[in-house]
Design a protein around this ligand. Sequence first.
Ligand SMILES: Cc1cc2nc3c(=O)[nH]c(=O)nc-3n(C[C@H](O)[C@H](O)[C@H](O)COP(=O)(O)OP(=O)(O)OC[C@H]3O[C@@H](n4cnc5c(N)ncnc54)[C@H](O)[C@@H]3O)c2cc1C
Length: 421
Amino acid sequence: MKVLVLGGGVIGVTSAYYLAKAGHEVTVVDRQPEPALETSFANAGEVSPGYASPWAGPGVPIKAIKWLLMRHGPLVIRPKLDPVMWVWLLKMLRNCTSARYAINKSRMIPLAEYSRDCLRALRSETGIHYDERQRGTLQLFRYASQLDHTAGDIAVLKQYGVPYEVLDRAGCIAAEPALAVVEDKFVGGMRLPEDETGDCHMFTEALATEAARLGVQFIFNTKIERLTSDGSKISGVVTSAGLLQADAYVAALGSWSPRLLRPLGISIPVYPVKGYSITVPVIDPDGAPVSTVMDESYKVAITRLGNRIRVGGTAEISGYSDRLDATRRATLDHSVTDMFPRGGDLSKATFWCGLRPMTPDGPPIIGATRYGNLHLNTGHGTLGWTMACGSGRVLADMISGRKPGIDASELSISRYDRRFG
Ligand SMILES: Cc1cc2nc3c(=O)[nH]c(=O)nc-3n(C[C@H](O)[C@H](O)[C@H](O)COP(=O)(O)OP(=O)(O)OC[C@H]3O[C@@H](n4cnc5c(N)ncnc54)[C@H](O)[C@@H]3O)c2cc1C
């Protein structure tokens, strides 16, 4: 089949790679000059199935109020006269019950674990490098109360058979030796040894090169204006470079997916949640993290990527704005200088923001639509890098008429037709 993949972020490129491996004739179209220049560009670098949880959970509404009032808080809401924003927030609230959380998490963990396995297989198959490391991730607690509250997380990790280590101060320092100089700033942590790290942009670029070797064509600098249909099937995609046609179409447009789908009568609850990162050159490797340290108090992830430290965080609900807010940078600067004061040169850091394509329940949307030849792979929110390979593989299997490696039926858009969407 001829398949046209709309969007060349990490989700579009992994989809294209697995589709090409399955024998399809694949083209990727994107408005940017290269792959992964939007949300997949400078994320926090965690491939972390262990942390694959919905943001909507029991207790989150109360915590959200605290976060909104906190200096360096992880959540910012800039209210807008946009009904889509409010409907999305209400849907998220509705998913904050224990029952919904359990269902949503049970849909995310198998995909995230499968995705990490696919990434490992892909690495050995292609030999690609992306400043990757396989040294686990460490959630660091500044306060004893945070350590006391891990019981719920541990129960879930046990339920899904995810290996974990609860560490005291010395254990954290053994995992991340640079923390020795700030040992009075934290009380302990939880380590997920099976998690990995790596640069999502480097990965996507390298995989695009592999995909091109398999025959995938990339059409860059091309804006998708709209999709056309004959009522039951997609008949083409109108772009700034003219009409593109294929047998099947994959929408992997991140936060912009709902905008291009809405005129077709397809409504998906994907909304942009802005996040920020800084990338800091390492000046003292012994003072830098060896993997990801998640500073739990600020929900800031500090990750070693080769000779750089990537520091990412903040959930800002402010529509599609891509304005860089200096206050958010102050939070990232604070967290990294507090925990790794000698590691990097902040004066040479680059500042970035991206729009996480979030669903209110947490899992992405993968699978067919009521247009027989239009498939979705979008809404990966805070975990798109973690879930990319698994999502691409599942989608390629579905389009090829093969049974996916995991049960993906609950990831489809049809879950929103039911009561709790
Ligand atoms: C601060 C931050 C930290 C994060 N940290 C992590 C992490 O540690 N681990 C993790 O797993 N995930 C993380 N994420 C989430 C992850 O980065 C995203 O889920 C992922 O990048 C989404 O990929 P995507 O391909 O769906 O979207 P994108 O990368 O945005 O790709 C969509 C593509 O569609 C193209 N496009 C859109 N509209 C059009 C149009 N009209 N015409 C043509 N092209 C179009 C865009 O150019 C873009 O290339 C983080 C995100 C942020 C913001």
